[in-house]
Each structure stands twice: as structure tokens, then as C-alpha cells.
Write a protein that binds this ligand. Structure first.
Ligand code: BG6
Length: 438
């Protein structure tokens, strides 16, 4: 889960770009905000207990930068106490706290200074990391520095339903992305020196392109396509722009021919190289379908499966379980590091009947995706784990409170009461049986 999506208690944090965005008329489709969200800030004990009941070993959440550090770089006592208590509660319930350092809620004052396009942000980010190291280095074994620059840069800076909702040039998208990589390198270095035993990674999201006809010739080209650079700002959702520098130590081929790269200063690439993540973290939800045309070129085609079977409550999220198989396999073949699926999940309309939610489709979604992941494991690919997104229904960014991904239903129209959906019990059984196999 992520801070802005679940915590609420907005009055106790400084404003972030998501507060500003959600409070701008017309930005959130159902007109809601994350001011209260799931009120996790006050109900975390109940939610942690439910996570324990589910049987998961790791509890992933994010720190809110504007809840922890103010504009002057001072630690915010309330925020500090909240995250300390949360971590303690997670551990007390026998789970491992996994922290994402940046899940999109940038302090507003930094956006006013240019956000990720300004290199000056690195100084503020570095201060944020110092606070984290000072207070949490001993508490956390696994850190995820950034969640999905594909969303907060590529969608947020091309005005595609994401904060800050601005439109910048192709060049500035590259500049912002470069600063994110440098910020990761700062965090990596400081976290490792504060606790050499901790694991640090960086989360990428992507939508693997698949062959509709399972054509091996198309597969060769699709492998390349998964890592291709975008042509322009319109299709700016690249994986290799982040993963190549992080895992191979250089930008993808062709970047320098495409644009002026003078924003890469002396020493930058060395700093990024030295911050090679300890494993690869990927978020995969769906796929696109392609095949070769008469000239042997890739062409996007309709899915070979029925729309009825694939569709969810979100336009972009069709149930395409093979995305997990091919997406992970190709990443391993290119980067050669173990892979963790840090997000995968399903959004369906859920109805509450007599305190129960019969979300058969979500259970089916989970089973089919995990079957694909299991295939990879049996073929010997080093898959480190899988997190379902998400434990709770939450504030789903520009869709507000109207779209539900949770294994646990939250009554947003009533008193925020939690109800375990049928999929909660399906997932619980899967976890139990995988534990008994070990
Ligand atoms: C991921 C994010 O992109 O997908 C989550 O890390 C998000 O924060 C989830 O909730 C679902 O995506 P969306 O775009 O429908 O909100």
C-alpha cells in the first residue's frame, strides 16, 4: 500500500502534489480526495492484524515524505512516531516491513521549485534520506527507493491523469528521469552505509507486449520492444530508460542520438552504476498483443481472448496472465538478476451483500497469474516473491475511491469498516499451501 492512497490524516502532514491535484476541480473522476482515504493512520493496528490473518510474510507500505520532513529539513515528530509504531506493530505480528521511500507524494514546495526536472531536488531528497537513515536504518531490511517513475514522471509530466498534471518536453522527461536515478543512487549509498546488510531496489512498471499467435519470430522482436525507447512524449512509458542504467550501467543505445544529453554530468553514470539494485522489482498488471504483418513488422492486434473474459473495472487493465511469465522471463534474460513481483492485482466492481463480497473474478485473476509465475519458478527462473496489490481498497489516484483492488473491502460510503472479500480467503489458502510445500 502507499501513503497517500491509504493513510488519510491529511491535517497532520504538509501538502503534497497529490493533495494539490486531488483538490483541483475535475482532476479526480469521482470528486473524492485522499484526505481521509482508508484512515489507515488511525486504523493501522486493525489492518496489520488482518494482514497477519491473511498469512503474508511481508507488509509493504510507503513513507510520506511531507509527513516525515518539513520544508526546512526538520523531522516531523508525529510522522516519526507514526511510522515507528507501524513498523513495531508489523514486526509484533510476525511480518517483515518493506518500505517504499517515494510513492509519488512529493512535497508541494518542491514541485513549485521545478520538481524532478530541477537538479536542486537532490539536495532535499538527500536530507529526507538522512532522516530515514538516522531513524529507521536499523528497523528495515528491505527498501524500495522509488515506485514506478513510469507513472510519476511519464504520466505526471505528460498530463495523463497524474499529479502534478503538467506537460513538459521529451528532453525534460529525460532530465527528470535522470534526476530520479541520481536520487536512487544517493539513497542506495546512504542506506547501505547506515546498514550494510539491507537490500535496496527500485520498482519499475511495464506492460509486456505479447504475441497473439505465440509466434516465435514475433517473440524475437517483442523481446526488443519490451526494452525499446519511446518515440516521443505520447508513448513515453519506458522500462529500459531506468533499468538499463541501473543494471547495465549505461543508458539504452540510441538515447544520445535522439536527444541532447548534456544533463548527464561527469560522475553521474559512475554514481548510478555503484547503486545497482540488489534485485529487480517489477510491477506487472497486463499486456498488449502484437503480431507480424506481411512485411514482417510488428503490428498491435486485438487480444485472442474474449473481451468478456479479460475485462476488469478499468479500461487499461485486461486480465492477461501471460504478461507475468513473459515480462519476468525477458527481464531476467536481459539483466540476469533475481526478480521480485512487487505489484500485481485486479480491479473489479464489488458488491457488499450481508457483510460478504463474492469477488469470484478477483480470485480467478490471482490464480491464473500465480499459475504463470509458478511456471517460471519450475523452469528455474529466480523469482523472489509476489505481492498482491492491494490489501485494502484505497484511493485509486485519479479514479478516487470508486475503483477497488483490495482483498479487503473498505466501506467508503459508511464508516470505513473493513470486510474480507472471498478473494482474501482464496489468497490465504494459496499462501498456506505454499508454506506447507516448503
Ligand atoms: C500501480 C501503483 O501503478 O498500480 C499503485 O503502484 C496503483 O499505486 C496501482 O494503485 C493501480 O493503478 P491505477 O493507475 O489504476 O491507480
Amino acid at each position: 500500500m502507499s501513503s497517500y492512497q491509504v493513510e488519510g490524516a491529511a491535517y497532520l502532514r504538509d501538502p503534497s502534489i497529490w493533495d494539490d491535484y486531488a483538490h483541483t476541480e475535475g482532476r479526480i473522476h469521482d470528486g473524492t480526495t485522499g484526505d481521509i482515504a482508508c484512515d489507515f493512520y488511525h486504523r493501522y493496528k486493525e489492518d496489520v492484524a488482518l494482514a497477519k490473518e491473511l498469512g503474508i510474510s511481508d507488509f509493504r507500505f510507503s513513507f510520506s515524505w511531507p509527513r516525515l520532513v518539513d520544508k526546512e529539513g526538520n523531522v516531523k515528530e508525529d510522522g516519526l512516531l507514526f511510522y515507528k509504531a507501524l513498523i513495531e506493530e508489523i514486526r509484533r505480528n510476525g511480518m517483515n516491513p518493506i518500505v517504499t521511500i517515494y510513492h509519488w507524494d512529493l512535497p508541494s514546495y518542491l514541485q513549485n521549485r521545478g520538481g524532478w526536472i530541477s537538479r536542486g531536488i537532490l539536495k532535499d531528497f538527500s536530507r529526507y534520506i538522512d532522516v530515514i537513515c538516522e531513524h529507521f536504518a536499523g528497523d528495515i531490511d528491505t527498501w524500495l527507493t522509488f515506485n514506478e517513475p513510469q507513472c510519476f514522471i511519464c504520466l505526471g509530466y505528460t498530463d495523463k491523469n497524474h499529479a502534478p498534471g503538467i506537460k513538459v518536453s521529451y528532453h525534460d522527461l529525460l532530465v527528470a528521469s535522470h534526476h530520479v536515478l541520481l536520487a536512487h543512487s544517493i539513497a542506495y549509498k546512504k542506506l547501505k552505509s547506515a546498514n550494510p546488510l539491507c537490500q535496496v531496489s527500485f520498482v519499475n512498471a511495464f506492460t509486456p507486449p505479447l504475441s497473439a499467435k505465440d509466434d516465435p519470430l514475433a517473440e524475437e522482436k517483442l523481446k526488443e520492444k519490451q526494452f525499446a525507447l519511446p518515440r516521443g512524449t505520447e508513448d513515453f512509458y519506458p522500462l529500459s530508460l531506468y533499468a538499463d542504467p541501473l543494471f547495465l550501467g549505461h543508458y539504452p543505445e540510441g538515447l544520445k542520438e535522439k536527444d541532447d544529453c548534456s544533463f548527464i554530468l561527469e560522475g553521474d553514470m559512475e554514481a548510478i552504476k555503484e547503486a545497482r539494485p540488489d534485485f529487480m522489482a517489477v510491477n506487472i498488471y497486463t499486456a498488449s498483443y502484437w503480431d507480424l504483418d506481411e512485411e514482417g513488422e510488428l503490428k498491435e492486434v486485438p487480444s485472442p481472448y474474449s473481451p468478456e473474459e479479460e475485462k476488469s473495472d478499468l479500461m487499461w487493465l485486461n486480465k492477461r496472465p501471460k504478461s507475468l511469465y513473459y515480462g519476468v522471463k525477458r527481464c531476467y534474460e536481459r539483466y540476469g538478476v533475481p526478480i521480485f513481483v512487487t505489484e500485481n492485482g485486479a480491479c473489479y466492481k464489488d458488491g457488499l451483500t450481508d457483510g460478504m463480497i463474492h469477488d469470484e473474478k478477483r480470485s480467478q485473476f490471482i490464480i491464473e497469474y500465480l499459475t504463470e509465475l509458478d511456471k517460471l519458478v519450475k523452469e528455474g527462473y529466480p523469482v523472489l516473491g509476489y505481492y498482491y496489490w492491494s490489501l485494502l481498497d484505497n484511493f485509486e489516484w485519479s479514479d478516487g475511491l470508486s475503483k477497488r483492488f483490495g482483498l479487503i473491502y473498505v466501506d467508503f460510503d459508511g464508516d470505513l469498516k473493513r470486510y474480507c472479500k472471498d478473494s482474501f480467503f482464496t489468497f490465504q489458502k494459496i499462501i498456506l499451501s505454499s508454506k506447507s510445500e516448503k
